[in-house]
Design a protein around this ligand. Structure first.
Ligand code: NAP
Ligand code: GCO
Ligand code: CA
Length: 263
């Protein structure tokens, strides 16, 4: 029988107070996992704990900035001591800055790379030795359409998510021998706070031009929801995917396959 269960597993989802991370962690809990998450400040962590509790999930929340190597090492040691070795890591925490490249400062570019690419490196590096000792592990990196495609104003984000795709393949290559599978999940355009500016309605109720564009570009003719990612994430976190490694599973309603509806 194919095993999609996460019973007895400890899952860390970074930046999972809300949005995609929260939906993935909720699905993991429903599949039997113990949920650990971090966020950038106490207020967000408390908000997340309350939201998990509302769903009947006793999550473990910690304040930790994924770009702070010392802080991450302390965080992972604390979780390992208090709860146990992390079996499943989802590198979800991320930001985007939508600025034309020629107007973007190097500091702004660096900040996106730091959180979206250095962060997954730092957290994965802290968790991998424990996974090696335990004899198994699952690492899921939250990639993006921008791991494959570019567009105006998202140069830093695309560079980070393109790098995250290759970091995924490299972790697969270097640690597959220890029964660690590292895959990416590539959400399409998902309705979360991060994309709210792209969906803002006009004062007359009209759709934001980018909203109309995404509807035309998606065969499913809708934005995704964080819940659309739940099943694919449980699959990648479960033993059902033990021979899937270095793969980016796009959950985009078909955007990457489709030239787009004729205007
Ligand atoms: P979101 O709503 O902005 O949530 C991101 C989470 O990460 C927030 O809780 C955020 O906290 C946290 N975070 C930011 N910087 C952090 C740091 N340095 N350390 C720890 N936590 C940090 O984003 P989302 O839409 O749910 O996206 C989650 C992931 O999916 C991101 O990696 C994003 O790039 C990716 N993604 C999103 C979409 C989409 O359409 N929404 C599509 C493809 C991929 P703050 O609230 O303080 O920022
Ligand atoms: C943007 C969007 C995208 C989505 C997502 C698509 O400005 O183009 O924010 O980057 O967040 O990454 O997969
Ligand atoms: Ca954010």
């Amino acid at each position: 029988m194919v095993n999609f269960s996460l019973e007895g597993k400890i899952a860390l989802v970074t930046g999972a107070s809300y949005g995609i991370g929260f939906a993935i962690a909720t699905a993991f809990a429903e599949a039997g996992a113990t949920i650990v998450f971090n966020d950038i400040n106490r207020e967000l962590v408390d908000k997340g704990l309350a939201a998990y509790k509302e769903k009947g999930i006793e999550a473990h929340g910690y304040v930790c900035d994924v770009t702070d190597e010392e802080g991450v090492n302390r965080f992972i040691a604390q979780v390992t001591g208090e709860i146990g070795v992390i079996d499943i890591l989802v590198n979800n925490a991320g930001i985007i800055k939508r600025i034309p490249m020629h107007e973007m400062s190097a500091a702004e570019f660096r900040q996106v790379i730091d959180i979206d690419l250095n962060g997954p490196f730092i957290v994965s590096k802290a968790v991998i030795p424990h996974m090696i000792k335990k004899g198994h592990g699952k690492i899921i990196n939250v990639c993006s359409m921008m791991s494959e495609l570019g567009r105006e104003t998202v140069s830093a984000y695309a560079a980070a998510k393109g790098g995250l795709k290759m970091l995924t393949k490299n972790i697969c290559s270097e640690y597959g021998q220890y029964n660690i599978q590292c895959n990416g999940i590539g959400p399409g355009y998902i309705a979360t706070p991060q994309t709210a500016p792209l969906r803002e309605r006009g004062s007359d109720g009209s759709r934001h031009p980018f909203d109309s564009f995404i509807i035309a570009k998606t065969p499913a003719a809708r934005w995704g929801t964080p819940e659309d990612l739940a099943g694919p994430a449980v699959f990648l976190a479960s033993e059902a995917s033990n021979f899937v490694n270095g793969h980016i599973l796009y959950v985009d309603g078909g955007i990457l396959a489709y030239i787009g509806k004729q205007p």
